[in-house]
Design a protein around this ligand. Structure first.
Ligand code: M6R
Length: 589
């Protein structure tokens, strides 16, 4: 949570560079934002509450060094004062931060003896004042490293020093990546690559315990504890500039929904060896556990059904509920984390807990260079490219395609499964288009004023229903509750009133008739039944027809929910890319 971006180079529009790049990190938090830069030997600062979106910088200043921050509040309300950067008393250092400094009260108490003047209620501000004190006896790099070593918790900080015209960054548990453009002699530091993808795809992902010193001459990487210099491990990413731009779409969310035929296909082409290796581990293991949070937890639920079809029993947990069950794991267990960002604190904590019991670990992750990638024994990168909208779409369908391949690989049917994904990709690209959008928009007109909606599904369509409901809730703020079709008559059917929109997710499978019976029960109580399926039925008042792809029909059913959520959100005036209160990677417990 919170986005960090910094620039040093030959260009003299550094404030605009960080301001524009920050917009691509807003998915990390958007309560408030701020930038700092050096203007004629003076450290300048500008801070605002609200989204950076359509804001403008109040003044155009020519300078070649700047940093910027977008905030998801943890300590202190959403005010200009609490927005980052935070300065020391001498206005020499500007600090931005991502994480939570768990011992900031003690650190502040220690500092109060030195009469520092605080302007905010944040945990971050203590860092600027601590550095100020350390600078009395040492240089900026050592001072920042020593202060960072005294912080407890998962943190990433970045300090701009006016005197040395340098930027010092430190990482422990919160992501930071540096970008090198040696040709134009410009250097970047960010929480995530999209911020600077426009300029370079040559990166070094900082490891926990690593720090960087960035000056106009380049980037040096250090071990924070020993102070020793480390060689940068520069990777060239295969991401394209267009991955971080809207390309004519009004929102990243819509662009990412429409990218799915391509991203699903890509995921099926890249991980053959890793999938086969993990399938072997799964077959050898006595216990197979899938964990994740939010949409990734629903993905784990899909996994449970897919593996069951392949004859493998799995356990699934929302990662935040895993700890009490970790003690039942041992070296014969495999725990698989599922995550878009690879930085979700609850999933990382659960994996670390499992590791204590000697399990084997794997992760199915989208972002590159993540903490999860480094934590587990085996990584399966899904290759969906940067997902910028806060709400997850293409990452889920790529994770799902990967789980499908994995489950089929465990029964020796990898090649057939790969062909099925290729067919799916073709069908989806023909189906996803203007006609589908128009049908969904027509449907929305009939239901958008309802504050409660219900979604049902069974077997593979149950996690699809959970995800469908979550997309509606996240993007339109409508209460959309999902149930298994079987649960309805055990209580929740009391909620149905005349005209209540009820989405019924179905496939041409062995439970089709059971699901239609549930639809009929809903209809009998006045529910307005909207089928999400490849077939028509007299039970449906409306139908969004999805491609008939056997067990892979769930992909179309999920995508229909993504589009419904998107258009409902737009029509109700919500910002589909940045839903209220949410952050994309939840890096706090
Ligand atoms: O980065 P992760 O996949 O680990 O994130 C997990 C959840 O926080 C995420 O899926 C969240 O539920 C999104 N808001 C879903 O749209």
């Amino acid at each position: 949570m919170c986005g960090i971006f910094a620039y040093i180079g030959k260009r003299t529009d550094a404030p605009e560079i960080v301001f524009e790049g920050l917009k691509l990190l807003e998915y990390r938090g958007y309560d408030s934002w701020g930038i700092s830069y050096i203007d004629k030997q003076v450290l300048k600062i500008e801070k605002h509450t609200g989204k950076i979106g359509s804001s403008k910088l109040s003044k155009i200043t020519k300078t070649n060094i700047a940093l910027a921050h977008t905030r998801w509040a943890t300590h202190g309300g959403i005010t200009d004062e609490n927005a980052h950067p935070h300065l020391d008393c001498k206005n020499q250092i500007a600090v931005i931060h991502n994480g939570i400094i768990e011992n900031y009260h003690e650190l502040k108490l220690k500092l109060s003896k030195n009469n520092h003047a605080y302007k905010s209620e944040t945990d971050t501000e203590v860092v600027s004042h601590l550095i100020e004190d350390e600078l009395k006896t040492k240089g900026i790099r050592q001072a920042t490293f020593d202060v960072f070593m005294s912080l407890n918790g998962s943190n990433a900080i970045c300090a701009l020093d006016k005197n040395s015209q340098s930027i010092i960054a430190c990482r422990n548990g919160s992501p930071l990546v540096v970008g090198f453009d040696e040709i134009k002699k410009q250097y970047f530091l960010a929480s995530d690559v999209p911020a600077f993808l426009k300029y370079t795809n040559k990166v070094h992902f900082l490891e926990d315990g690593e720090g960087a010193e960035i000056t106009k001459d380049g980037i040096e990487i250090f071990n924070i504890k020993t102070g020793k210099q480390i060689n940068a491990k520069i990777k060239t990413l295969d991401w394209q500039l267009e991955d971080a731009e809207k390309n004519g779409y009004p929102h990243f969310l819509l662009k990412e929904i429409f990218e799915q035929p391509k991203t699903i296909l890509k995921s099926s082409l890249i991980n053959k060896d890793a999938i086969k290796k993990l399938a072997k581990i799964i077959k050898e293991s006595k216990k197979v556990i899938l964990i994740g949070c939010g949409t990734a937890a629903y993905c784990a639920q899909f996994g449970k059904y897919l593996f069951a079809q392949s004859g493998i029993q799995t356990e699934i947990y929302g990662a935040y509920e895993f700890k009490p069950f970790a003690k039942f794991c041992d070296k014969n267990s495999v725990v698989i984390g599922i995550s878009q960002s690879g930085e979700t604190a609850d999933t990382l904590i659960a994996l670390k807990e499992a590791i204590k019991y000697g399990v084997r670990t794997a992760a199915i992750v989208n972002s590159r260079g993540s903490t999860m990638e480094r934590l587990v024994d085996l990584i399966i990168p899904i290759g969906a490219g940067p997902e910028i909208a806060v709400v997850s779409t293409k990452a889920l369908t790529s994770q799902l395609a990967t789980l499908y391949l994995l489950s089929k690989a465990s029964e020796g049917k990898y090649l057939q499964a790969k062909k099925n994904i290729q067919k799916l990709s073709n069908k989806l690209s023909k189906w996803l288009g203007n006609e589908l959008s128009e049908n969904i928009i027509k449907l929305i007109k009939k239901i958008e004023h309802n504050e409660h909606m219900y979604v049902i599904g069974k077997n593979l369509n149950y996690p699809a229903a959970l995800e469908f409901g979550l997309k509606i809730k996240e993007t339109s703020y409508i209460h959309a509750e999902s149930f298994t079709a079987g649960e309805l008559k055990h209580g929740v059917i009391t909620l149905i009133q005349k005209g209540t929109p009820c989405f019924v997710l179905a496939s041409n499978d062995e439970v089709k008739n059971e699901v239609l019976s549930s639809a009929s029960e809903l209809k009998a109580r006045g529910g307005k039944i909207i089928g999400i399926s490849p077939f028509e039925s007299p039970e449906f008042n409306d139908l969004i027809k999805t491609p008939d792809m056997g067990e892979l029909t769930i992909f179309g059913n999920i995508i229909a929910g993504q589009l419904l959520g998107y258009y409902l959100g737009v029509s109700r005036g919500a910002d589909p890319d940045k839903p209220r209160n949410l952050a994309k990677s939840v890096t706090v417990k």
